[in-house]
Design a protein around this ligand. Sequence first.
Ligand code: UDP
Length: 325
Amino acid sequence: MQRVLVTGGAGFLGSHLCDRLLAEGYRVIAMDNLITGNTDNVAHNARDRHFEFVKYDVTQYLYIEGQVDFIFHFASPASPIDYLQLPIQTLKVGSIGTHKALGLAFARGAKFLLASTSEVYGDPMLHPQDECYWGNVNPIGPRGVYDEAKRFAEALTMAYHRYHSVDTRIVRIFNTYGPRMRLFDGRVVPTFIRQAIEGEPLTVYGDGSQTRSFCYVSDLIEGIFRLALCDYHEPVNIGNPNEMTVLEFAQIIRRITGSKSEIIFEPLPEDDPKQRQPDISLARRLLDWEPKVDIEDGIRQTIDYFRGRVSGARGRVGGKIPPTT
Ligand code: UDP
């Protein structure tokens, strides 16, 4: 039986990946320092003898007892407010954390998959974005801590592949949503759903004309799983090309929730990308993959997940996460 390590395994994407790997018959070690991850996301696997959880910071020296066949490096704060609050940790996990994870892969002869991001394209001048585009990133802007960390992580992954022959893969993940997102992670999907359920105004940043393309989490995990099994080493976009403006998205959330919430406009955060849509031609060709879940179904499933949580979270201060070292 193959044994895999998922860093960030208690996070939104990492935990869904753990579920998929367990279902496919792998033994899984989920590693997470729980800064933005939560053991609730993996609690349902606690009795599975093929599952282990390790609370650990991947930027520290990394040692895993026993066999390791594959490392999925998913650890990182990933929502804009998280990496604005945790800029140093974000830079460290993308750089030092990736170095440790690649070092472990090299030492054990394990395969390696890096969770990269559409943020490597920055505020893109090319639309839609294909993998050949080098991006338009402001290295010293507030988002630079995430964008540059992931760009460095890609460069390091390619270096380990070229110079140490580590069997690596890189997925560039576009906006993804679904159950296990944090209610207060500040991203547009949980924020609008929470606001709509609570009857609060939906806070559209800027004039809402900026675009995003939202992928349901099960589609994303399918694409990543196929990439893991495939012998291709350069970055591959995985996302849903269904592009819409943020204002259109607010209207969709109002309609599906049946909410009467008004829409209000707030200042656009610095360097907020004006447009984003994945070109998934490569994933279609290479992996025979494309997203299947339409936005209505995906949003309904996400709303079901959030409904129970909204009332419990009432009174909490939005967006705050505990201070860390
Ligand atoms: N956004 C918004 N209202 C919110 C949260 C986000 O209008 O309450 C916008 C944000 O400015 C961006 C888009 O929604 O243009 C997506 O933001 P998110 O934080 O989800 O992810 P990003 O794609 O920017 O990383």
